[in-house]
Design a protein. Sequence first.
Lengths: 361, 137
Amino acid sequence: MTETTIRLPFGPYHLALEEPFRVNLEVEGERVKSAKVRIGYAHRGIEYILQRRRWYEGLRIVERVCSICTQAHSQCYAQGVEELAGVEVPERAKWIRMVVAELNRIESHLLLLGVLAHKAGFDTLFMYTWYAREKVMDALEILTGNRVQYAINVLGGVRRDIDGDVKAVIRDKLSEAVRALNRYEKTFLHDRSLRSRLSEVGVLTKEEARRLCVVGPVLRGSGVEWDIRRKDPYLAYSEVEFDVVVRDEGDAYARAAVRLGEVHESAKIITQALERMPEGPISAPLERVPQGSVTSRVEAPRGELLYHIVSGGGETPERVKIRTPTLPNVRALEYILVGYQVADVPVIIGSIDPCISCEDR
Amino acid sequence: MPSITDLEKVQAIGLLSGFEKIRPRRWRGFTTPENIRLLAEHLRRLGAHLSAITCIDEGSEFVLIYHFDFDGELLNVHVRIPKAIASLLSISEIYPAADFYEREVSEMFGIVFEGARRERLLLPDDWPSGEYPLRRW
């Protein structure tokens, strides 16, 4: 540290942050020399709480790890417990879960894209993006009864069926959202001032991305085709057609473009699922969880989400380990931020899409 | 992209024992605390992705599970360490992401990772030292 170096704390409370976390920056002039991340401001001890609750109560708790990726957490926990108990989830339930998971992904990506526009100083775009997001929220509310924390999963299936009327509403709302987004996508990808804020900012090369073990849109924005839905398929993802969106630039712009592409892919999955959903029961009974351990993975909106669940054969889990996608992505910030201007820091942090309550658990 | 079949080479030099497939796309293996760093170096060279580090308290022993991904195939490497020692080598130089995973484990269970950064990550700054929230007995 030289005499001209200034220590600059970014957070835990900052205008550009939605949730509390801190990056300790060392700045020389306008350039970031080093960055250190401190997390834990939203730590609630969920892993410990889960050890004290029954299996089915756990499902409601993991949904509250984070309300933006709630369906991913619920799915990951439920599929782990079901695998331990040896329960086969009915086909129809799998497809319903997939519809909710993809609606959840769209909602989460639109949220981030809006926030990113806001951080880059383009508030009009932020409001229009959230207008599209609101349509998806409406669809989720009609389907599950809740705008966030859908609580649609039960151990062994789902709680609510999708009938013809609900299908029609979801289709309507979805096409409305996609239509609205199509209009603003051009602005997102081609507007000169927004592009100059996002392009060549926060570059992460392919090799570096693999070395730092980042996941989700951050990894795919750096040119690595790696999606749990494709590589380690769950639910009915192997039966529907979708593309894994990859961009090679590795900058904040590429990460935003990947998310925009994924919104369209998710819409494609939902449309197929609504058409091809098989008939049948929507849940199977799950009575006991025998001794054993299981590692369960899903592709959350922010990337690979991993649960390691250990059962001793009792009423409660012995251990539930949750590794959320934000954890490796936020760790990578310590490398990505170095060399960029202080004014770019909010945009780079935004492009990683940190979900702090996920990461702190 | 790395492939799980490359692991035979690592197995041949005695770094990984009891390597087997337990479920579709789920593999299990064991190693010793002395070898974990060397194993991580080999796996990094093969291009494996480190997904997570799980710690489980089993009374007199800790079980650490390193989750490595090989293009969709998940390998869980188990390492057992006695609670009385509760220390092993850090792999954070090889896998930078491990830095956060290891610091979380050391805060929650009181395991020392030699060579890892010693700064608070998750718990409050005024959390008493010597108290580990997830440790049992």
